[in-house]
Design a protein. Structure first.
Lengths: 305, 326, 343
């Protein structure tokens, strides 16, 4: 008798886990219905798979300038489906391997941005009085600083590398997230169960991490997806301006090469169009998925698109 | 020239359904209503019974996905089938609505005076700007607000003041009929009393017809000449407000009436009041009488067919199978 | 006719002019605060460099140690950090922004010369982008789900996902260089043709012809966001009750849309455009680079090469200052449009 009841009784952690699993399932069901979101997800998966399986899809040797076998800026042919670049390398190979850099730097930059943004947002929303106000002011001030000029200055000071690009993007894009998280925190703070937690003796840290953060996470997730989109465009732009690692190929650096050798004027469209198209598709994919998630987690937006 | 009909508003067998992804949701299922000049008619019922939908059809304001059948005659002309131009001319000029929730029913970025003046400028374009402003200020006075308030924005006014603005706005084009949808909800009791007093004074002085929609039967009992009680999209009882309030025939009307305490009546303090359960889901209406699941007097026969609105004489009607027997 | 006179409960007093002035004051103070923050950031950015700042900033210019020391002294690099900051402030406000390592002229001169093309390019594009973007967004939202909505939303989303300079490259490749048998009709870059006097009428037309593709590029890039935001904020407004009130009064559909719905939907759009100013600046940099327009943007990206620190510092200051000012203007406009923030 007691073993049966013991089996039925779940620990709070198990209850939470089950509830979260059920919520995740619900979210997935709602997401599935969203056609734009699903299209974005499929597109996204395609590029992620390409990036992950790059070694299988294209020979790594194709990236080395010294081993380039094609003519300079050759038009597409059977041997080179997307032609060659200004050093004779296959554009398709560069594109496949470049996806790794573009996606990775974008994701890494987003991680930095989300960590800073979420912490700042939680803190400025949660803390009353002047500490909260100062954090909010700080967020506002950072929001004003234009991204590219700051990125250029930081890159010139810190040097050119992909890590620096990621840092620069992360450091300049967190205010948007912080504002969102802050407003979410402010509204959750007023809810009754938080007051009860406080009365029961929950400390500030406990309130923030156990109550506010889990409720904020869905919107954080949606915002993260949208931030990746922004980060990927930012990385492409910075690489285009020559701020990236000259030894690594990314879609942005390909376009930088194309621009420097005047591919527009020589009509080498295979060098200009494909990298840009990839960027557009990946960013579009992340944007569609992010918007779909936003609609799910913010019911006010539902039916409004 | 034909004499204008005595009925300002005549609703004949109105049926409204909403087309949703889950199918047809019936909101109004065959309603008849008549309002004459100088009359105050109340429509009572819980939220979801279809009374707001009914109100919206009077000016053909129902949402696009609503399917409407029946007739809504305003001074003899069917609003539901009129030409668009005729409808726009009729709106506010013949019939106006005092909407629920004044804060959201007023445009937050326009001054209150401009919003009151808007229908005047539209329906009487020959008036000069100064004349329109003067009329607006007179209307504000009529509803008990200072004339200078015409320069205020909605958020600068209190809830009661906003409701008065809505009433002033409804009077702007001197309509013959006003439909007030929950005019006193979300106002505190003192302000409620003021607003109701204002409405009755206006009806008496201006001779307009008034339809008041409310879930609060005590509000209606005070101000209305006649009351219609709605449940699940149908009218289940009509009569004078005194009759319906103190001698209800339909069990639902009885429950509504007893839900409000009568001060000074010792018997009422011990009589059971309040209804268990919830109004039926329009997607899943019960067979037979829609009130049967919650009715304390339900019989087996009640679940067979929906009882029609029976004429009990002297304008009294109720839709209960028990009344047919006598 | 009786007038029901009752004591009205107290509501907020009616004040008009004074509150907008207060709002303006608050926003201006905020802008000054942001400006100060930017100055602080600008100052510290160049002090975090490894190595001797004087040597890095004066690289390649000084042959003797005396010259280096003189340089160090002029720019206060031998003082304490706090003193340096004060010197920096003083220099900035008097227009002493350093000497360009590349061009060997004062940075302030470079900025003055390059300011006008950037303003022309960005100003024209922003105005066109707002006009078109708002129109597209309104039209798409009002007939939601219709053909125009589907096509415009798809296009604007795609434009939004596109690096604006890539669009510029494509336009150059197709319209400036020509595709196949079709010749290009626009110049591939630059602001003026060498043989035309910029001041003359022919010169003005020539400048316009050169600016056509860059303006088209930037306008398309900017309008994507305006249109998407306008569409979504109008869709939000469409659910509001006051629109039902407006229709009930007998207003035509067009009047309801214009005077009520759009008027309110402009509010979030104004806010977003304030936030977007950073993107406006970034777009200017990349598009000027791609089209070789001699403006501040091209100056910034060229300065990367050496790196030309003084120029970078100066352009960063101008860019941030510009964003702050534009932000302030957008905020002031918002205060005019939304009476709720004024009280």
């Amino acid at each position: 008798m007691s073993t049966e009841t013991a089996a039925l009784r779940l620990t709070p952690r198990q209850v939470t886990r089950r509830r979260r699993a059920a919520a995740a399932q619900r979210t997935w069901r709602q997401f599935r219905v969203n056609r734009a979101g699903m299209f974005g997800l499929v597109l996204l998966s395609f590029f992620v798979l390409v990036a992950v399986f790059a070694p299988l899809l294209a020979d790594a040797d194709g990236l080395q300038v010294t081993k380039a076998t094609g003519e300079v800026l050759e038009a597409p042919s059977a041997a080179y489906p997307l032609g060659t670049d200004d050093t004779g390398r296959s554009v398709l190979t560069l594109l496949i391997w470049g996806s790794r850099i573009s996606l990775f730097v974008g994701l890494f930059a987003t991680a930095i941005s989300m960590v800073i943004g979420t912490l700042m947002g939680l803190a400025s929303g949660f803390f009353e009085g002047w500490s909260g106000r100062i954090l909010f002011r700080l967020t506002e001030w950072f929001l004003v600083i234009p991204f590219l000029p700051l990125a250029i200055v930081l890159a010139s000071v810190l040097g050119r590398s992909l890590l620096n690009i990621a840092i620069v993007i992360g450091v300049t894009s967190w205010p948007g997230t912080a504002f969102l998280i802050r407003s979410q925190t402010l509204s959750i703070k007023e809810r009754p169960y938080l007051e009860r937690a406080r009365v029961l003796g929950a400390g500030r840290w406990h309130q923030m991490s156990r109550h506010i953060l889990p409720n904020v996470m869905p919107m954080v997730f949606a915002n993260t997806t949208l931030t990746v989109a922004v980060a990927i465009i930012a990385e492409t732009t910075l690489s285009f301006l020559g701020l990236g690692d000259p030894t690594r190929v990314s879609w942005g650096s390909m376009l930088d090469d194309a621009f420097s050798v005047g591919a527009m004027t020589t009509g080498a469209w295979w060098f200009i169009v494909p990298p840009g198209v990839c960027v557009v598709l990946v960013v579009l994919a992340f944007t569609l998925v992010g918007q779909a998630l936003e609609e799910i987690f913010n019911p006010r937006l539902r039916g409004a698109r | 020239m034909t004499t204008p009909p005595a009925e300002l508003l005549e609703v004949r067998d109105l049926r409204v359904s909403y087309l949703t992804s889950e199918g047809r949701l019936p909101a109004v299922r065959g309603v008849d209503l008549v309002v004459r000049a100088g009359e105050v008619v109340g429509v009572a019922g819980e939220s979801g019974c279809g009374k707001s939908t009914l109100a919206s059809t009077v000016l053909r304001l129902q949402p696009k996905d609503a399917q409407v059948e029946g007739e809504v005659l305003v001074a003899g002309a069917d609003v539901l089938t009129m030409r668009w131009g005729d409808l726009r001319a009729l709106r506010w000029d013949q019939v106006s609505i005092v909407f629920q929730g004044a804060l959201h029913s007023l445009n937050p970025v326009h001054r209150v005076g401009d919003q009151i003046g808007e229908p005047i400028r539209l329906h009487e374009p020959s008036l000069r700007a100064a004349e329109v402003s003067e009329r607006v200020r007179e209307l504000l006075e009529q509803v008990g607000l200072p004339r200078a308030r015409d320069r205020a924005y909605p958020h600068q006014l209190s809830g009661g003041q906003r409701q008065r603005v809505m009433i002033a706005m409804a009077l702007a084009c001197r309509p013959r009929l006003i439909v007030a949808d929950e005019p006193t909800t979300a106002l505190d009791v003192m302000v409620q009393a003021q607003i109701l007093a204002l409405l009755s004074d206006l009806v008496r002085d201006l001779g307009v017809g008034l339809v008041i929609i409310s879930h609060d039967l005590s509000v209606l009992a005070d101000v209305c000449d006649r009351v219609a009680v709605m449940y699940a999209g149908r009218i289940v009882e009509t009569g004078t407000s005194q009759e319906v309030f103190s001698d209800p025939r339909h069990p639902y009307a009885a429950a509504l009436s007893s839900a409000f305490p009568r001060i000074g009546d010792p018997a009422a303090r011990y009589a059971p009041s309040g209804l268990p359960g919830d109004p039926p889901d329009p997607r899943d209406l019960p067979a037979g009488c829609s009130f049967a699941p919650r009715c304390p007097l339900a019989l087996d026969a009640c679940r067979v067919a929906e009882p029609p609105l029976l004429d009990l004489g002297n304008g009294r009607r109720a839709a209960c199978i028990r009344l047919g027997a006598s | 006719m009786t007038t029901t006179v009752v004591s009205t409960p107290t509501a907020q007093p009616l004040t008009r002019r004074p509150s907008y002035a207060k709002y303006v004051g608050a926003k201006v103070v905020g802008a000054i605060g942001s400006l100060f923050f930017v100055l602080v950031v600008n100052f510290f950015l160049f002090r975090v460099m490894p190595g001797d700042p004087a040597r890095t900033l004066g690289r390649g210019r000084f042959k003797t140690t005396e010259q280096l020391e003189a340089f160090r002294h002029t720019y206060g690099l031998d003082q304490s950090l706090f003193q340096q900051f004060l010197t920096f402030l003083q220099n900035t406000f008097t227009g002493q922004l350093g000497i360009s390592l590349r061009y060997r002229v004062p940075v302030s001169d470079l900025i003055r010369d390059r300011f006008w093309p950037t303003l022309l390019l960005v100003g024209t594009s922003t105005i066109l982008a707002i006009l078109f973007g708002v129109w597209i967004g309104v039209r798409a939202a009002w007939n939601r789900g219709g053909f125009f909505d589907k096509v415009s939303t798809g296009s604007t989303l795609t434009l939004y996902s596109m690096p604006e300079w890539w669009l510029g490259l494509l336009l150059i490749a197709t319209l400036a260089v020509g595709v196949g048998p079709i010749p290009g009709i626009f110049p591939t870059g630059g602001l003026h043709s060498t043989d035309v006097d910029p001041g003359s009428l022919a010169g003005v037309l020539d400048t316009a012809w050169h600016l056509f593709l860059p303006v088209v590029t930037l306008t398309l890039a900017y309008l994507a966001d305006y249109s998407l935001v306008m569409r979504s904020s109008l869709l939000d407004e469409l659910g509001e009750d006051y629109l039902t009130t407006a229709r009930a009064k007998g207003l035509r559909d067009l009047a309801v849309r214009r005077h009520h719905a759009v008027r309110n939907a402009l509010l979030p759009t104004t806010t977003i455009s304030a936030v977007n100013m950073g993107f406006v600046v970034s777009g200017a940099i990349t598009v000027e680079t791609v089209f070789s327009i001699p403006g501040l943007g091209l100056l910034s990206s060229e300065a990367l090469a050496i790196p030309d620190y003084w120029v970078l510092q100066g352009t960063f200051l101008i860019a941030s200052g510009g964003v702050i000012v534009a932000n302030l203007l957008a905020n002031l406009l918002y205060g005019l449009l939304d009476p709720r923030v004024r009280t």
